[in-house]
Ligand binder design. Structure first.
Ligand SMILES: Nc1ncnc2c1ncn2[C@@H]1O[C@H](COP(=O)(O)OP(=O)(O)OP(=O)(O)O)[C@@H](O)[C@H]1O
Ligand SMILES: [Mg+2]
Length: 492
């Protein structure tokens, strides 16, 4: 039987736990405060503690910290109604097993408890996280409540507590640099320098000298000795952005720093010892560069020790609303006014758009809307046309002179789909499915499924379904017959 200790000052949470974990395999004990919980632990010897974060008296984080001191191997799950970045990072940094947002999803909670109990059983000697001094910098400004972002926050916390090399991947504008800075500012190197170097922005010949410095006369123009970033950053953290754009010579030197902590200045032969942590980022798939022999495989594995992947914004749409709110408040603070509100349909467009430029694009769109909106609220009309599902080119309200020398443009209008990037993601996923099931014919299968869905959504109304699908009603009828859809959906 597993012993579970729940610490919470709300009676109804205690009550619902009693109902959820009413099982012969679990013995549930409860404490109404962090102080009481801590007193109970030595006597009770629980296998798992679940604690609320916001409590009167000792907070959940403080309780967690003291539990870690008492018994670093006892797993602790924290519960919070406030899914802020900060608590997530702090909790993971202090060595929480995990945290869960309130109101909780019962199957998820059960699963989490089962995982924690299993971990407590078979990993008694699990690595403990070093409790670190709390940093003053609480305003990290990473917004996100979606599952993938919660995972990212947990990783940031774990990485902050270690000195491991990390590779941050994700499309442009997904927040890679923000994450690198968050890891740094929560790490024990936070008092030491953080230097960011964009490997793609510095000309190839200069990058090596920029990073490692050079000796006087090392090459034409090297009139003076120069100290590179690695030496300047001793004891600190170097953020190598766009790491995929490095020459082989520089890659070799970076690998050596990672392996032995030493390098030589360009043109020098004195090995120099440095203690720097490397965080790298890339928006290009490094695996491909490795396959094409443009990137050293051994370096790739060294960097890839811990990978933090930031999913594109279109794959975490539930964060859009939060980000919109966050940016509106931020711009208001910057300009000293009140935050603008936003109309429902403007928000709907924002939530639907594919965001090829990710959070950066959303930030720019919100900034523009904040500036051009006339009243108190941002309207759909304050958003750029592409966000509103229109094409970029004006639909000729300005006059008849739209015919340009680009002749075929008239017969082939630009694609009107608002989410080409998203559709391409979907296509990639479909091909993945098709590769696993060789009998699947992608186009007919997708067509059939789209028609069934459209009929379902419109409750069998063919006129509306055809409109939704972007085909004529006659075509829809033919397809319904062809795919024998009648049996499945009652078509009126
Ligand atoms: N989760 C987030 N919460 C708040 N702001 C965010 C978030 N993600 C990104 N941003 C903002 O979006 C902008 C782009 O972020 P960042 O520079 O970290 O992206 P990146 O992935 O490094 O992009 P690139 O690959 O183009 O360099 C920044 O202004 C950053 O503050
Ligand atoms: Mg960047």
């Amino acid at each position: 039987m597993a012993k579970l200790l729940l610490i919470d000052d709300e009676a109804d949470v205690l009550y619902s736990f009693r109902r959820i974990f009413d099982s012969p395999e679990i013995e549930l004990s409860t404490a109404g405060s962090g102080e009481d919980g801590l007193k109970l632990i030595p006597r009770l010897k629980p296998d798992l503690v679940i604690s609320d974060i916001r409590m009167s008296g000792l907070t959940g984080l403080e309780t967690l910290r003291r539990i870690r001191e008492m018994d670093p191997k006892l797993p602790v799950i924290l519960m919070t109604a406030y899914g802020t970045t900060q608590t997530a990072i702090e909790a993971m940094k202090l060595g929480a097993f995990d945290y869960i947002l309130k109101p909780f999803d019962v199957p998820k909670l059960r699963q989490l408890v089962a995982n924690a109990l299993k971990a407590a059983r078979d990993m008694k000697q699990v690595v403990t996280y070093q409790p670190l001094l709390e940093s003053e910098d609480y305003d990290l400004g990473i917004v996100g409540r979606s599952d993938p972002m919660q995972q990212v926050f947990k990783l940031i916390g774990q990485l902050a507590a270690s000195d491991a090399t990390a590779l941050i991947t994700g499309e442009s504008g997904t927040g890679k640099e923000l994450v690198a800075r968050a890891i740094y500012s929560h790490s024990r190197r936070s008092e030491q320098p953080f230097l960011a170097i964009n490997c793609a922005a510095i000309p190839e010949q200069l990058l090596e000298s920029e990073l490692f410095g050079h000796e006087r006369g090392a090459f034409t123009g090297a009139a003076l000795q120069r100290i590179g970033k690695f030496e300047q950053c001793s004891g600190g953290t170097v953020f190598l952005d766009e790491i995929g754009d490095m020459t082989p010579a520089t890659q070799t030197k970076i690998l050596r720093v990672l392996q032995s902590g030493t390098f030589e200045r360009v043109g020098g032969n004195q090995p120099i010892k440095v203690d720097v942590r490397i965080i790298a980022a890339t928006n290009k798939p490094l695996e491909q560069a490795v396959a094409a022999r443009q990137f050293r495989e051994d370096l790739f594995y060294r960097l890839n020790v811990v990978r933090v992947h930031l999913p594109p914004l279109r794959e975490r749409r539930e964060d859009i609303r939060l980000l919109v709110n966050y940016f509106l408040r931020k711009f208001a603070r910057d300009t000293g006014g009140h935050p603008r509100s936003i109309t429902g349909d403007a928000l709907e467009w924002l939530e639907r758009y594919a965001w090829p430029g990710n959070v950066r694009e959303l930030e720019n769109v919100m900034q523009r809307a904040h500036v051009i909106s006339k009243g108190d609220a941002i309207l759909a009309a304050d958003l750029p046309p592409e966000v509103r599902g229109e094409t970029r080119g004006p639909a000729a309200p300005e006059g008849p002179s739209t015919a340009t020398s680009a002749g075929p443009a008239l017969s082939a209008p630009p694609a009107a789909d608002s989410g080409p990037a998203e559709i391409s993601t979907l296509s990639a996923r479909l091909f993945h499915i098709a590769r696993q099931d060789r009998t699947l014919k992608v186009i007919p299968a997708v067509e059939r499924s789209l028609i069934i869905e459209a009929l379902r959504e419109t409750r069998g109304n063919q006129v509306q379904a055809a409109k939704l699908l972007g085909i004529t009603r006659a075509t829809l009828r033919k397809r319904i017959e062809k795919f024998k859809i009648r049996q499945e959906v009652s078509v009126q």
